[in-house]
Ligand binder design. Structure first.
Ligand code: ZN
Length: 133
């Protein structure tokens, strides 16, 4: 498995509109188009930072994973995403190493990426996403 870089940090917010000013006006990052991924009940907004990005995540439904996360832990960093060369190979390798996965096979993420989450039980509480672009 080859990790190429930290692809993005996923940050859970109640409202992208209400929270984006800190990132744009405050830090001077630019917000690229937002995208709703219906299957994950989430709207995402990507703000490039050098070779990585900040991903703001807003739930589209009260029972979505981001809404549940905020209910439990409040707004804040929700996951860290590593870009890998080949996500199927990476998942197979992790399985072989006995690392618990949430996604056994990749699913579709924002921007046409293939993504998969590892189980926080396997990572001491850090939700780790792998993505391939
Ligand atoms: Zn992500």
């Amino acid at each position: 498995m080859k990790i190429l870089k930290i692809d993005h940090l996923g940050i859970a917010v109640n409202s992208i509109d209400a929270r984006k000013n800190f990132w744009t006006d405050g830090l001077g990052l630019s917000l690229e188009a937002t995208e709703t991924v219906e299957e994950q009940k989430v709207t995402t907004a990507f703000l490039p930072v050098g070779e990585s990005e900040v991903e703001l995540l807003e739930s589209t439904a009260p029972d979505g994973p981001i809404a549940k996360y905020i209910e439990k832990k409040g707004e804040g960093i929700q996951h860290v995403a590593f870009q890998v060369e080949n996500i199927e190979d990476a998942l197979a390798e992790l399985k072989e190493k006995g690392i618990q996965l949430i996604d056994q096979t990749p699913r579709k993420g924002a921007g046409g990426a293939k993504i998969a989450f590892l189980h926080p039980k396997a990572t001491a509480g850090v939700l780790v996403e792998l993505c391939e672009r």
